[in-house]
Design a protein around this ligand. Structure first.
Ligand SMILES: [Zn+2]
Length: 136
């Protein structure tokens, strides 16, 4: 899934389960679950990063943040750091360690059409707007 989608899902989970100690586990767990869903990512990872930053700024500017939201959101994004390192040629695909990124028991969802990218943008927008209106 795209970075901004992972962030929105993690932040949403942190909002619904407002426990900052559980937030890192909730964030990582949400990443694992979302990556199993068939999806498509942007060809250019820089677009994903820009949209992630926009989503974070919107959340902060809208006053919808807490420790649980921020931690769950950031830990939901964290595993894709190795995706970034792989895409930039810093590490090889077989050096990735997060379940779902590497070959193993948990499979990464198959690649779908462009509609998935549109759906992810809509999902992220709805989540961010809902969280701002809910004030966290
Ligand atoms: Zn991932």
């Amino acid at each position: 899934m795209s970075v901004f989608t992972h962030f929105a899902a993690g932040a949403l989970a942190g909002s619904l389960i407002p426990n900052p100690f559980a937030a890192p586990f909730i964030g990582l767990g949400s990443h694992l679950l979302l990556d199993m869903i068939p999806h498509k990512d942007f060809e250019d990872y820089r677009i994903e990063i820009v949209l992630w930053v926009v989503a974070m700024i919107a959340l902060f500017a809208g006053g919808a943040y807490s420790w649980a939201i921020v931690l769950a959101g950031l830990f939901a994004v964290l595993p894709d750091l190795e995706n970034l390192l792989q895409k930039t040629g810093t590490i090889r695909r077989d050096q990735m360690i997060f379940p779902g990124h590497r070959k193993g028991f948990i499979r990464h969802g198959r690649e779908t059409g462009v509609w998935s990218v549109v759906l992810q943008v809509v999902f992220t927008t709805v989540v961010i707007v809902w969280m701002i209106r809910r004030n966290g």
